[in-house]
Design a protein around this ligand. Structure first.
Ligand SMILES: Cc1cc2nc3c(=O)[nH]c(=O)nc-3n(C[C@H](O)[C@H](O)[C@H](O)COP(=O)(O)O)c2cc1C
Length: 363
């Protein structure tokens, strides 16, 4: 049995009580996808009454454990109790709001409480950042700070989500951010290194859903050109998107499309288990270092993968990865990637299925 995750959401916005900020709203979209047994603790740092941090590193040299019942003891206990620490922080002056900074400054004390072993405990948790402001580029210094803080404590920075904020509710209009929020805690993120946090891709013009729909239509056209009868299955059909027929032959195709990255996101584990011999996965990928905005010949790579190969390869990586982390593999999206230590070896084998039309059954 896996231990349920415990998410601590630290809200750093200083909006007045009763006025939910963009960043908190976005965080709540992400949290809504968490399994029911996930513990969620939400703290408004601005209302917590965090005392000023006193730097006694070079006088006393150490700090007492915060007193039982004090604000800082409660925050320390909440911090240590979580498996996932989520900074829910708008950009203030290109940086962390002072509410969050005040909390983080106390880490310098907690690092020096004898016997607490704060760093070792923190290294077992995952750090996330959810942020909003008017302009993605201006959020970069704060994202970099987060990555450096994570590195200092040996914490994996598991994911960064940025949304276009501004006045309250503005972020609701950022469809890409809202969509990413739903997946944020489920994707098997590589721990973002400082470098990769810096190079988070700019916003795409097309949403993942739009590209997915375009991929299904385009796959149908490509099949029809080759003499197959291709019919889209009803939306939300499990595992497959297209029924293909020619003469007495029938098979099914699952279509995937990636906008920015060299990866194939196969989706929920239950759906992947449905990939069966005789059927196929069509995976549209962007050309290396480009974004896929439209499915125009020559501007994408199409992998035509036998369904059972896709299922077996992907689940062997996925299950092993999450088992070693003692996490339930069913709650994470199944992917195969051209990057990341435990995926890279498989990727060239998958690329060999580029335009593998010859594998489709003839009538
Ligand atoms: C004190 C303060 C400083 C801000 N500084 C910046 C800034 O440096 N760059 C920026 O793009 N937006 C800045 N903003 C705008 C906020 O980042 C933006 O409105 C954000 O979506 C607010 O998040 P919230 O709705 O969750 O409170 C600032 C807002 C405040 C209140």
């Amino acid at each position: 049995m896996t231990v349920p995750r415990h998410f601590l959401f630290l809200i750093a916005s200083t909006r007045e009580p009763g006025h939910m900020g963009n960043t908190e709203w976005l965080a709540r979209q992400a949290a809504a996808s968490l399994p029911a047994d996930t513990v969620q603790t939400w703290v408004h740092l601005a209302r917590a009454g965090i005392p000023e941090f006193v730097d006694q590193r070079h006088t006393l040299g150490s700090y007492l454990m915060p007193e039982a019942g004090s604000v800082m003891r409660q925050l320390l206990d909440q911090t240590l109790a979580c498996t996932d620490l989520v900074l829910v922080a708008p950009v203030y002056w290109f940086s962390f709001p002072s509410t969050l900074k005040a909390y983080l400054d106390h880490w310098s004390a907690w690092l020096r409480v004898p016997g607490l072993d704060f760093k070792a405990q923190m290294s077992q948790k995952r750090l996330w950042l959810i942020t909003t402001n008017g302009d993605r580029a201006k959020a970069q210094p704060m994202i970099d700070s987060t990555a450096m803080c994570a590195k200092f404590l040996d914490m994996p920075l598991a994911g960064v989500l940025w949304g276009k904020g501004g006045a309250p509710e503005a972020v609701k209009g950022d469809a890409a951010a809202v969509e990413k929020a739903r997946e944020l805690f489920f994707e098997e993120h590589e721990s973002l290194s400082q470098e990769s946090a810096v190079s988070i891709a700019p916003q795409s013009l097309i949403t993942a859903k739009e590209l997915g729909d375009a991929g299904e239509r385009h796959a149908c056209e490509l099949l029809r050109v080759r003499g197959y009868e291709a019919t889209l299955l009803p939306p939300n059909s499990r595992t497959y998107d297209i029924r293909v027929r020619r003469g007495g032959v029938e098979f099914f195709v699952s279509v995937k499309a990636s906008r920015e990255k060299q990866h194939v996101r196969l989706g929920a584990r239950q759906s992947v288990l449905g990939l069966a011999s005789g059927n196929f996965v069509f995976a549209f990928l962007p050309l290396p270092k480009q974004q896929l905005e439209d499915l125009i010949a020559g501007q994408y790579v199409l992998l035509i993968l036998p369904a059972e190969l896709a299922r077996n390869d992907a689940l062997s990586i996925h299950d092993q990865y999450w088992m070693t982390k003692q996490k339930d593999p069913n709650i994470f999206s199944v992917m195969v990637k051209g990057y990341g230590t435990h995926h890279r070896a498989m990727w060239p084998q998958w690329l060999a299925y580029k335009d593998a039309w010859n594998l489709l059954p003839e009538a």
